[in-house]
Design a protein around this ligand. Structure first.
Ligand SMILES: C[S@@+](CC[C@H](N)C(=O)[O-])C[C@H]1O[C@@H](n2cnc3c(N)ncnc32)[C@H](O)[C@@H]1O
Length: 233
């Protein structure tokens, strides 16, 4: 494992976030969670590794844009001996994750309220067992395609931070994004797609819980959802 972090070559910056610019105003209890509880579980400034975050050398998993935190909390509960780093810039989503952490007693989660690529860039190369990118903002217009997470810059960074044999999970309900992502991944030699047949990407794996976002995509909008699992070479 190398200890020199790879800097972002094409970061997805937060001033280019898709859709919402501002969330709902926080209720008093939610604000108290942000003020009092977030500092206890927040990712610190500076270089990061398992020891800095959790005090030991446990395996690390990383979620980009966790939304309301349901998937992050599920995985953290499933792997209590792993450390989880969840990143999400929207405070309303962060509040959701904080409620899961508190209510489910999850001591193995750290939260970065901001750009995932900032936290990712501060980890040592080859340090992550898994990276999750579930329903990234679609940026459906062709002229905005460079802002998608599934682009060479962010993907180079994800590849650099995963251990050989580590897993990258990506899911989307957006057909334009799905096609784009498959084209991006098809060009790469550093990931091996795990699908052997269509069922492998059309059926949600047992350990891949449905988030509220995904349920709405299926039930309200009638979307299909595609599930991709790649192994880092
Ligand atoms: C469509 S939502 C999906 C949320 C969640 N992954 C799910 O499946 O329910 C995309 C999320 O990515 C977050 N996001 C966008 N750009 C990001 C970035 N650079 N770093 C971290 N999160 C980001 C957004 O704030 C938003 O919550």
């Amino acid at each position: 494992m190398s200890s020199s972090p790879t800097p972002p070559s094409d970061p997805t910056t937060l001033n280019r976030l898709y859709g919402r610019a501002k969330g709902h105003k926080l209720r008093a209890g939610q604000q108290a969670l942000v003020d009092d509880f977030l500092p206890q579980v927040a990712v610190p400034e500076g270089p990061l590794d398992a020891r800095t975050l959790f005090g030991d050398d446990r395996p690390l998993e990383f979620e980009i844009g966790f939304g309301a935190g349901e998937h992050l909390a599920y995985q953290a509960g499933l792997h209590p001996d792993h450390g989880f780093i969840g990143c999400e810039p929207f405070v309303n989503g962060v509040v959701g994750a904080l409620m899961h952490i508190r209510d489910e007693g999850l001591s193995n989660v750290r939260i970065h309220m901001g750009d995932a690529l900032d936290a990712l860039s501060r980890l040592p190369d080859g340090s992550l067992d898994r990276v999750y990118l579930l329903h990234p903002d679609p940026w459906p217009k062709a002229r905005h395609a460079k802002r998608r997470m599934m682009n060479p810059g962010p993907l180079d960074m994800i590849a650099a931070k995963l251990k050989p044999g580590g897993e990258f999970r990506f899911g989307t309900d957006h057909p334009i994004y799905c096609r784009w992502a498959m084209m991006q991944m098809d060009k790469r030699r550093d990931f091996i797609w795990q699908a052997k047949n269509a069922q492998d990407f059309l059926v949600r794996p047992d350990d891949w819980p449905q988030t509220r976002y995904e349920r709405k995509a299926r039930t309200v909008f009638g979307h299909d959802v595609w599930y991709f699992r790649y192994i880092r070479v």
